[in-house]
Design a protein around this ligand. Structure first.
Ligand SMILES: CC(C)(COP(=O)(O)OP(=O)(O)OC[C@H]1O[C@@H](n2cnc3c(N)ncnc32)[C@H](O)[C@@H]1OP(=O)(O)O)[C@@H](O)C(=O)NCCC(=O)NCCS
Length: 270
């Protein structure tokens, strides 16, 4: 198969099984449900060759910002310009919005060529959670809290994603502190805690500690946007497991706010 015979087509739910095969081949832990959560807020494209999906790229629309994710080319088809074709198509789906992504080492050169610039590191930590006691009170929240939490999340991230947060809260757990919140949901090999949004690092630490306490002995992952929580993650049994480079293109200024994103929903969704 040559790259000339590959066509780019809109991503359809019928492509999920093939797409899942590609993310597994890339060593990513996503299940069909995890693709489903990202697809619930995304448009996307596939590269089709020989009757099957040989590449994917999604563009998640989160208000004035789009995140580009699940950019994968079949190992056998890499280095022939397919990644760039998929990215061009996914970037067009952003329709002029600010674009963000988290780059793997393999993807970084492509994104730099496309005009993305690095704005920080994402620290992925995971492992069997060890329990601890939070230094600040953390209580249960409910789905009814989502509008308020989504407003805080938007202030911190610039992302409008109340529907996405509602969907996560409906199937997961909502943790609330006086000055922040966190969500836990199942993902990949176990559970993930994110986002963690807080007005100060102590609140973010309390939320991460409580998540680990609730998942003690289970596999837990967190994608930290702020290195301040790295030592605590290690203490809680969540070892460094790579991460990526946060990148942006066509950035708009975001208002200054006390609220800050300490951990992402996912590398795909910011
Ligand atoms: C990242 C990935 C999608 C790239 O796909 P690809 O089809 O091999 O990419 P392309 O052939 O279109 O190459 C894209 C550009 O990057 C350049 N490039 C690729 N690897 C490079 C490297 N190591 N150093 C410098 N440039 C590099 C290519 O020369 C090309 O530039 P050009 O368009 O100016 O010629 C693919 O490697 C992949 O699926 N990796 C595993 C999953 C992954 O990590 N995805 C990224 C998630 S953020």
């Amino acid at each position: 198969m040559t790259s000339d015979t590959i066509t780019i087509a809109p991503f359809d739910t019928a492509h999920v099984p093939d797409a899942l095969g590609l993310s597994r081949q890339a060593g990513w832990p996503h299940r069909a449900e995890d693709w489903g959560l990202t697809l619930s807020t995304s448009r996307g494209v596939v590269a089709l060759g020989g009757g099957r999906v040989v590449g994917t790229a999604l563009c998640s629309l989160l208000g004035d910002v789009a995140t580009l994710n699940m950019i994968i080319v079949d190992e056998a088809m890499r280095g022939r310009g397919l990644g760039r074709r998929l990215m061009d198509a996914a970037m067009a789906l952003a329709e002029g919005r600010e674009m963000r992504l988290v780059a793997t080492t393999g993807g970084l050169p492509l994104y730099e060529k496309l005009g993305f610039r690095s704005v920080g590191r994402i620290h992925q930590h995971q492992g069997l959670a060890k329990g601890g006691l939070p230094d600040l009170p953390v209580r249960d929240g409910t789905v009814d809290d989502v509008p308020q939490l989504a407003a805080m999340d938007e202030a911190a991230s610039g992302l409008q994603r109340a529907l996405l947060l509602r969907r996560i809260a409906e199937g997961g757990e909502v943790l609330r502190a006086d000055r922040g919140f966190a969500l836990i949901r199942s993902f990949g090999r176990g559970d993930v805690v994110g986002p963690i949004v807080a007005e100060d690092a102590d609140t973010a630490r309390a939320l991460l500690t409580e998540a680990a306490r609730r998942r003690e002995g289970g596999f837990l992952r967190v994608d930290l946007r702020d290195p301040a929580l790295v030592p605590l993650a290690e203490e809680l049994g969540l070892a460094a497991a790579g991460g990526g480079t946060a990148m942006v293109k066509d950035a708009r200024s975001t208002p200054a706010t006390l609220a800050k994103t300490y951990a992402l929903v996912s590398q795909a969704l910011g």
